[in-house]
Write a protein that binds this ligand. Sequence first.
Ligand code: R1P
Length: 291
Amino acid sequence: MNHLAASELILNKDNSIYHLNLKPEHLAETVLLVGDQNRVDKITKYFDEVEVAVKKREFHTQTGIYKGKRISVVSTGIGTDNIDIVLNELDALANIDFESREMKAEQTSLNIIRIGTSGSIQKDIPVDSIVVSEMAVGFDNLLHFYQSDDVQLQDFNEALEDHLGTYEKNSKPYVVAANPSLVKQFMTGQVFAGFTGSNAGFYAPQGRVLRLALRDDNMKDKLASFSFKGKKITNLEMETSAIFGLSAMLGHKALSLNAIIANRATGNFTKDGAKAVDNTIRYALERLVSA
Ligand code: R1P
């Protein structure tokens, strides 16, 4: 078996994993990911108990029990570059033996669910609604560093490249899917089914102009008008593509829920972002224990 060198699987002095600062026993098999580290408490305040609380940089973890289910809540910070760190380290905690530095004989499949915020690009998905992503498209390039062809939906990739044209100069979009059983568990009449675009930035990469001009003024409209096999891109944020792609490659089940706090088609922004996020948290927790 492959023995991982100290420079590759980096452990801290207490044998915790490098960035997350967690030890294997700290991690539950169900993991909720949030961008904002202050959102961790907003979830665990609903828990019956919290057994672990660890912080390092933007990575803040709490593990506890919600209605009998052990759950870890981990903040990722912003962006798919951070998701690369978080997903690889969560997987290492579950599936690599830190003593032998080898893959464990038996692999554990985690349930990984993002609870984020996002902007809708479709008029009919209003602020304060919840989008549950069935699919995601990454404009961030992360998956192209991995042998990831098998988890990409190649027909969607090609249809998107044809539709977007100039995007090819910035990045090569990759389309990936959520875990179907989690989609089924979390999809109800209270939420919108989503095809989420994850971008490599917040401003130009999502078609926002403050003082700098975009290379392609029509980018946001082009994303909104894409339609293939009955699927339209619903919303933009910065993490879901990498969560779906890396989870699928590593054998974990992933899903993403987003509180829609902006509507980029109408120009609306939520009047109460905290409430929109809390509604999404409460919805996610209720669905998690519904199975
Ligand atoms: C940008 O403001 C951040 O908010 C969204 C984006 O994906 C990005 O991370 O999600 P979170 O609220 O989960 O961080």
